[in-house]
Design a protein around this ligand. Structure first.
Ligand code: FES
Length: 153
């Protein structure tokens, strides 16, 4: 079959449009993959292993786990919200100090001294059959502390 010039150009344009459509579909599938990111559960230990009013360091998980007096748990990110340095527990205040530019945070992770302007991020906690799991796949940003950030057994 002999193609004339006009038919040949139409077929080329159709092929290019099809290839572009495939890339668009691939792009939208990729977006779906990132939004349905899987949980990354870090097993911290049994509820009974943690004393009240104490922070526990889980540097490989990148969080500090706090058990409050009422039994609730909170997992705070170790990363300073200023520029991401690792904050240290301050035994005097019960909060955190950043060694890089001297930001300070209280025991709830709220800023008490700049340059940081927002509280430490926190991670969701799941308690399954008395075992604490911290979902380290998503650090949650917040503007202030709220009771809803604490997880109870
Ligand atoms: S990175 Fe913490 S104060 Fe700058």
């Amino acid at each position: 079959m002999i193609l004339n010039r006009r038919k040949f150009i139409k077929r080329i344009l159709f092929a290019l449009a099809s290839i572009e459509a495939l890339f668009l579909i691939k792009g939208s599938v990729s977006k779906v993959d990132t939004s349905t990111k899987k949980k990354k559960l870090f097993k911290a230990g049994k509820v009974d292993e943690f004393e009240a009013n104490k922070f526990y360091s889980f540097l490989t998980g990148q969080f500090y786990l706090k058990r409050f007096e009422d039994g609730g748990f909170m997992a705070l990110s170790i990363k300073c919200t200023h520029l991401g340095c690792v904050v240290n527990i301050n035994p005097k205040t019960g909060g955190f100090n950043c060694p890089c530019h001297a930001s300070q945070f209280d025991k709830l992770g709220e800023v008490t001294s700049a340059p940081a302007t927002r509280p430490l991020d926190f991670f969701p906690i799941e308690i399954i059959q008395g075992e604490i799991f911290v979902d380290t796949s998503k650090a949650i940003q917040r503007s202030s502390f709220s009771k809803s950030q604490i997880t109870y057994a």
